[in-house]
Design a protein around this ligand. Structure first.
Ligand code: MCA
Ligand code: AMP
Length: 505
């Protein structure tokens, strides 16, 4: 029985004793051991009543078992829904309810809270701890090391990844097996991954970057990953000698550049550093090159589309650009008003089409229709141009989005929380430059007449409702928000006014 995702990424490694995961203590897990682990988990999922097409939501720390849960879902035909470990109970409730998940896997410490959330829809709760303990693995222990792979086709859903929305409501991006496989295939080729590669993996595995770009590419190439629980400079320096490649967000690279140990000698054996999820400053690219001799390869993608463009492996990796459309991906620049294609060199909205583009938003046909055209082009919400040499440059965003340390934050979601607070008439949330996170969140508040909002109480309310990375790092109180003649808040004016708040942070 065929299951393209499982067969192509995982199943083909059956019986291989080549290393797949290299763990922080330098111990190794072979492909075969990893497949046995995931087969046992798949057995447990099925024994628990999960069927192909059911959704499994997971908010769990990064570990080999957590990654094996992704493989188990692929093998059992279950749709994998990974969730940021920073999300609060309030945020989780929406994802679990909206996706109609049949099973939720969480950290043992969060079991009670999760049961409160999941019970409303009859979802089963299992636990998986950082050390691999918990009810999921207890259940898996009793299962055999092999599992009969569920039949799936390439158009079946593989994963549901929630992206925040401009209206404050998150949308579940439906990613098919084909979306994931076509992209992994093209990236392996374009970036020359092979079975000798050892990828230094310190990204989280609940987003496209760490889960699909890094992991699927390694699996498809048959290489190994040094699988670190998170980005930590000392751990990176310790494990770098064994790596051949590293993928990161710009914050990884600015932090490494602050470390005097990170130099030519430490990186001379490396064959590739890639960057994405947020803009890499040309200054960072240049500094990195001067320090190490390596030109970081910048690429551009989205949750909805996987990777769209990449700088070339051979040839000029140009700072400040995201390179060329990947083979099989069509990219055009259009007029945001008319949707007509613009000539080369003009700035417009970026639209992409190809096997990489998702199937739409989960149970949101209107939202899907707003962004995914009938002819298959997806309107990314990013603004850019194609330069004279064919390189794509992203020059801004048509969407109101902040990217902090590679995490997307939609201001609307925070404004909704701020607006509810006592003494607050209205608010505007903006992103301003930050030396470590690239951008960070600032909340601008207008008090109700005669009231003085209590900043501490507001921050406490934000902590309750929102993940830590979304919290405003500063609150500013103004008598009124700048507006244009149409009454629309001029966030650009605010961004300019407060642009250097963190300049010396
Ligand atoms: C952690 N904090 C953050 C962030 N991360 N605040 C703002 N933005 C963040 N990204 C909070 C922590 O909770 C902590 O709060 C404080 O900031 C400082 O913690 P620190 O120790 O510096 O954090 P960290 O653990 O070092 O995390 C920073 C990080 C991490 C390493 C940059 O955020 C990270 O790994 N980012 C990668 C994100 C990513 O993979 N994005 C891909 C999605 P307190 O004040 O309480 O101490 S986008 C994608 O997939 C698309 C498709 C694409 O193109 O790739
Ligand atoms: P996400 O919704 O988390 O998938 O984030 C996708 C968004 O990240 C894109 O729409 C871009 O705005 C941004 N992004 C990803 N890669 C890059 C890059 N290399 N340069 C600039 N922005 C990027």
């Amino acid at each position: 029985m065929a299951n393209p995702l499982y067969d192509t990424l995982f199943g083909r490694h059956a019986g291989s004793d080549a290393p797949f995961l290299i763990l922080p203590d330098d111990s190794e897990m072979s492909y075969d051991a990893f497949l046995a682990l995931s087969a046992r988990i798949a057995g447990h999922l099925t024994a628990s009543g999960l069927k192909p097409g059911d959704r499994l939501a997971a908010q769990i720390a990064k570990s080999p078992e957590a990654l094996a849960l992704y493989a188990a879902c692929a093998q059992a035909g279950v749709v994998f829904l990974p969730l940021n470990t920073a999300y609060t109970a309030t945020e989780l409730e929406y994802f679990i309810e909206n996706s109609g998940a049949s099973m939720v896997v969480c950290d043992p410490a969060g079991r009670e809270a999760m049961e409160g959330i999941a019970s409303g829809q009859g979802a089963r709760v299992e636990t998986l701890g950082t050390d691999g303990g918990g009810s999921l693995m207890d259940g898996a222990k009793g299962q055999p090391d092999s599992f009969e792979t569920a039949a799936r086709s390439e158009d079946d859903l593989a994963a549901l990844l929630y992206t925040s929305g401009t209206t404050g409501r998150s949308k579940g991006a439906m990613l098919s097996q084909k979306n994931l496989l076509s992209n992994a295939e093209v990236l392996v080729r374009e970036w020359r991954f092979n079975a000798d590669d050892v990828l230094l993996h310190c990204l989280p595995i609940f987003h496209t970057h760490g889960l699909f770009v890094a992991t699927n590419v390694t699996l498809m190439a048959g290489g190994a990953m040094i699988f670190l629980p998170k980005f930590d400079q000392d751990a990176v320096m310790q494990h770098l000698p064994r790596a051949t490649a590293m993928m990161g967000v710009p914050t990884f690279y600015t932090r490494l550049l602050d470390d005097p140990r990170f130099d030519k000698a430490a990186t001379k054996h490396m064959r590739l550093f890639t960057s994405g999820s947020a803009p890499l400053l040309a200054e960072t690219h240049d500094k990195f090159r001067a320090r190490t001799g390596h030109a970081i390869l910048e690429r551009y993608g989205m949750t909805e589309t996987n990777m769209n463009t990449s700088n070339p492996y051979d040839g000029d990796r140009r700072a400040g650009t995201v390179g060329f459309p990947l083979p099989g991906v069509e990219l055009k620049v259009t007029d945001p008003e008319t949707g007509k294609e613009l000539p080369q060199g003009e700035v417009g909205q970026l639209e992409v089409r190809g096997d990489n583009v998702f199937q739409g938003y989960w149970q949101m046909p209107e939202k899907t229709a707003e962004e995914l055209r009938e002819d298959g082009f997806f309107i990314t919400g990013d603004l850019g141009l194609i330069d004279a040499r064919g390189y794509v440059q992203i020059v801004g965003r048509g969407k109101d989005l902040i990217i902090s340390g590679g995490y997307n934050i939609y201001p609307k979601e925070i404004e909704l929380v701020l607006d509810e607070q006592p003494g607050v008439l209205e608010s505007a949330v903006i992103g301003v430059p930050h030396p470590d996170f690239g951008e960070t969140v600032v909340g601008v508040l207008v008090p109700e007449p005669g009231k003085t909002p209590d900043a501490d109480a507001i921050m406490a309310a934000a902590s309750e409702a929102l993940a830590r990375f979304k919290h405003p790092r500063k609150l500013i109180v103004l008598d009124e928000l700048p507006r244009n003649t149409m009454g629309k808040v001029q966030k650009n004016v605010l961004r300019e006014k407060y642009g250097d708040l963190f300049a010396s942070a």
